[in-house]
Design a binder for this molecule. Structure first.
Ligand SMILES: [Zn+2]
Length: 280
């Protein structure tokens, strides 16, 4: 099993280091950290960032509010499809896509992979149908996924994963890949865990946004703290799950490396380590 860390989207919201903790100047930098996993069942994508059609016609697919607020940088080079091709594969080789949730910055590339089966929590699929309120109407964009033909929806159950609820035996996927419900940011939000020879790798999606939120003494930039509050569906549950993740991240015995979707420093560190990352 070989794992590639992809950046499938770049957002440069106003705020600089008040947003991402490092940028000089006015703009911060947020990435869309996705995984491409080579398995014996074909390629598996975990999240898709922005896709070809988002780049070609952003105003037909996305809300102008988020295009401007997040200052999304539309560039074909960031699409998962381009990065899959650059590694010598084709769109058809991507057999499965596992989604942390269906927000516009995670689901944009779904239709670039027509052969893929898409796995998501049942609750997330349900909540996208109730698009009440300013944020809910703009975050979920059915235009991004109405061409998907092969869905699989799941409810958690069975053996737990480090005390978290889990979805195992995803239809057609190897047992090393499972979903870990982490609601709060959205009602059906999940992490995606991959069992590797080095230990567990957990894509925590938008369960947190800033790397130091996983520190034993957590902190967050004011910009990302505000953004998370704006986007949350259930604050107590979100904070509770962050707390549990922090416990896992700081338990060396778990041999688990956790990362989130939008932290550029985490992405850079894991890209550098490649498949040979070590749990910290
Ligand atoms: Zn996101």
């Amino acid at each position: 099993m070989r794992i590639h860390h992809l950046n499938c989207g770049c957002m440069c919201p106003v705020g600089g280091r008040l947003m991402d903790g490092v940028s000089r100047g006015l703009a911060g930098q947020l990435v869309c950290h996705c995984l491409l996993v080579e398995t014996d069942r074909g390629l598996v994508l975990v999240d898709t960032g922005f896709g070809t059609r988002d780049v070609e016609a952003p105003y037909e697919r996305l809300s102008p509010f988020f295009i401007h607020f997040n200052r999304i940088q539309f560039d074909r080079r960031y699409t998962a499809l381009e990065q899959v091709r650059r590694r010598g594969f084709s769109a058809r080789d991507v057999r499965h896509i596992v989604l942390t949730h269906l927000d516009f910055d995670h689901a944009g590339g779904l239709e670039d992979f027509p052969e893929a089966r898409v796995h998501v929590l049942q609750t997330e699929a349900e909540v996208t149908k109730v698009r009440h309120g300013f944020i809910q109407r703009r975050r979920y964009r059915p235009e991004q996924w109405d061409g998907v033909r092969d869905w699989r929806f799941y409810r958690p159950g069975g053996e737990r994963w480090f005390g978290f609820e889990a979805v195992r035996d995803l239809d057609g996927l190897p047992p090393e890949i499972l979903m870990v419900p982490l609601p709060g940011h959205t009602a059906g939000h999940a992490g995606v865990a991959v069992d590797t020879p080095e230990g567990w790798l957990l894509n925590a999606g938008d369960a947190y946004f800033y790397r130091h939120e996983m520190d034993a003494a957590p902190r967050c930039t004011p910009g990302l703290a505000a953004y998370q509050r704006m986007m949350e569906m259930d604050r107590p549950t979100r904070l509770h799950n962050q707390e549990r993740l922090r416990g896992l991240a700081n338990d060396r015995r778990s041999r688990t490396r956790i990362f989130c979707s939008h932290d550029a420093v985490e992405l850079e560190a894991l890209s550098r380590l490649g498949s040979g990352w070590r749990p910290v």
